[in-house]
Ligand binder design. Structure first.
Ligand code: GAR
Length: 196
């Protein structure tokens, strides 16, 4: 069984989708949900599922990323994860942290990468007049929202869409895509998953 740690910052809907998928003949199990925000609603969702949780408040470190990450590493290393899933984790990680989990850290990003790295992806896609949007699961490398693509799901952008309505449509696909990618990845298969 592969051990999976999931890093969150907020509601944790992707974390819940991942955790709920890891049952039966799935090759992995969730061992830790870790947040940079002790008030993240996702922590309660993890506890309700019987998953161990930890939080390290990044605001205590005055912008010192290395010091924050040193604290983050304590519960993370103690959980001995084989795979680390970033699921709405909104802190940029240093190259040193990323290197420690090279080849076994995944992220979900709410755009069709390589388009719209960074924030406000849905508003940017609508403003650009795009006809479709989506989400991407990729391996995490030192460059932000970059790294080998392990899966992508597409949705239409409809007339009248706002960032919120589009985000909701994409989110439903995130909850299908991330578990599908994790299942393959945990089985040692990096063939990308394409959903539409
Ligand atoms: C998701 O839409 C995820 O794609 C996005 O944050 C949301 C988290 O929702 N991630 C990023 O923007 C990463 N830069 P959740 O907490 O309900 O899973």
């Amino acid at each position: 069984m592969k051990r999976v740690a999931i890093l969150i910052s907020g509601g944790g809907s992707n974390m819940a989708a991942l955790a709920d998928s890891m049952t039966g003949d799935h090759p992995a199990r969730p061992v830790l949900v870790l947040s940079n925000d002790p008030a993240a609603a996702g922590l309660e969702k993890a506890r309700a599922r019987g998953i161990a949780t930890a939080a390290v408040d990044h605001r205590g470190f005055g912008g010192d990323r290395a010091a924050f990450e040193a604290e983050l590493l304590k519960p993370l290393e103690a959980a001995a994860p084989d795979i680390v899933c970033l699921a709405g984790f909104m802190r940029v990680l240093t190259a040193a942290f990323v290197a420690r989990f090279e080849g076994r850290m995944l992220n979900i990003h709410p755009s069709l990468l390589p388009r719209y790295r960074g924030l406000n992806t849905h508003a940017r896609a609508i403003a650009a007049g795009d006809r479709e949007a989506g989400c991407t699961v990729h391996e995490v490398t030192a460059a932000l929202d970059d790294g080998p693509i392990l899966g992508q799901a597409r949705v239409p952008i409809l007339p009248g869409d706002t960032a919120e309505t589009l985000a909701a449509r994409v989110r439903e696909m995130e909850h299908r895509l991330y578990p599908a990618v994790l299942r393959r990845f945990a089985a040692g298969d990096r063939t990308p998953v394409w959903l539409s």
